[in-house]
Design a binder for this molecule. Structure first.
Ligand SMILES: O=C(O)c1ccccc1NCC(=O)[C@H](O)[C@H](O)COP(=O)(O)O
Length: 271
């Protein structure tokens, strides 16, 4: 059966083939090589651990989604990202997939130029070309979705990410995917409580998976936050960082929203 994830990836492959015809791999590699060095997203997120200033927020630029349709117009993604940074976000996530999420590489470049914290290229990374492209457009961090990759791709893409000076947020949904992420040496592991094959969101899923995350990886809780209490819940369950999209793009005051998420986690009691 074709899943939502399969059909997104089919479109991603078609789009990237068209871009590679315009700008061949060798040219994209040269652009990546001449880009400013990547910022250290691992340190930015790791700082959430045992830190009195609380859990780190990865704040997302997300116009639409397969599960919810249109979310926000976001005419100026750089301004939104700067507002997130002012509120205390540690990393900005930029969805660059266009068909379902309304994102683009131009959004990534604009955000990169508008903030001085690490930027995540949030896309469906299935081809070497996209990694050079991510770096060329200023990404510091890329997303690797375990469910979309076999073990060899996961290992090779993680190595390529590191060779290019970036970090990877390696996203898992099941215990088996966490194990695969850890086995290949991932240093930042996310648990997405949204099942990308069915789009179901289960807020209790992070707590069920958290015990499988080793202590030496940066632990990221992804999706489903609707307000400060959601961030606090993930922080109490041991998340070092929380990735938030919809609740931020729909909030009228993104700076205040990120601030409230950060301060909620300050009250995190013993984990
Ligand atoms: O958001 C979706 O509907 C979606 C569907 C299929 C693949 C990925 C999808 N979203 C990517 C994400 O995981 C989220 O953008 C991110 O974790 C933030 O989630 P939220 O705070 O719930 O918007």
């Amino acid at each position: 059966m074709t899943t939502v994830l399969d059909s997104i990836i089919e479109g991603v492959r078609e789009d990237l083939e068209a871009r590679a015809r315009q700008t061949p791999l060798s040219e994209m590699q040269a652009l990546a090589a001449s880009a400013d060095s990547a910022l250290d997203a691992h340190t930015a997120l790791e700082a959430g651990r045992d830190d009195p200033s609380g859990v780190r927020i990865i704040a997302e630029v997300k116009r639409s989604s397969p599960s919810k349709g249109a979310l926000a117009e976001i005419p100026d993604p750089a301004a939104l990202a700067a507002a997130y940074q002012s509120g205390g976000a540690s990393v900005i996530s930029v969805l660059t997939e266009s068909r379902r999420f309304g994102g683009s590489l131009s959004d990534l470049a604009a955000v990169r130029a508008g903030v001085d914290i690490p930027v995540l290229r949030k896309d469906f990374m299935v081809d070497e070309y996209q990694f050079h492209e991510a770096r060329a457009y200023g990404a510091d961090l890329v997303l690797l979705i375990v469910a979309a990759l076999d073990d060899r791709q996961l290992r090779d893409f993680l190595s390529l990410t590191h060779e290019l000076g970036m970090n990877a947020l390696v996203e898992a949904h099941t215990e088996e995917e966490i194990e695969r992420a850890v086995t290949v040496g991932s240093r930042i592991v996310g648990v997405n409580v949204r099942n990308l094959k069915t789009l179901d969101v289960d807020l209790n899923h992070y707590s069920a998976m958290a015990r499988h995350l080793p202590h030496d990886v940066v632990r990221v809780a992804e999706s489903g936050v609707s307000g400060p209490d959601g961030v606090l819940d993930y922080a109490r369950q041991g998340a070092d960082a929380v990735l938030v999209g919809e609740a931020l793009v729909k909030h009228g005051d993104p700076t205040a929203a990120v601030k409230s998420f950060r301060s909620a986690s300050l009250s995190k009691e013993a984990q």
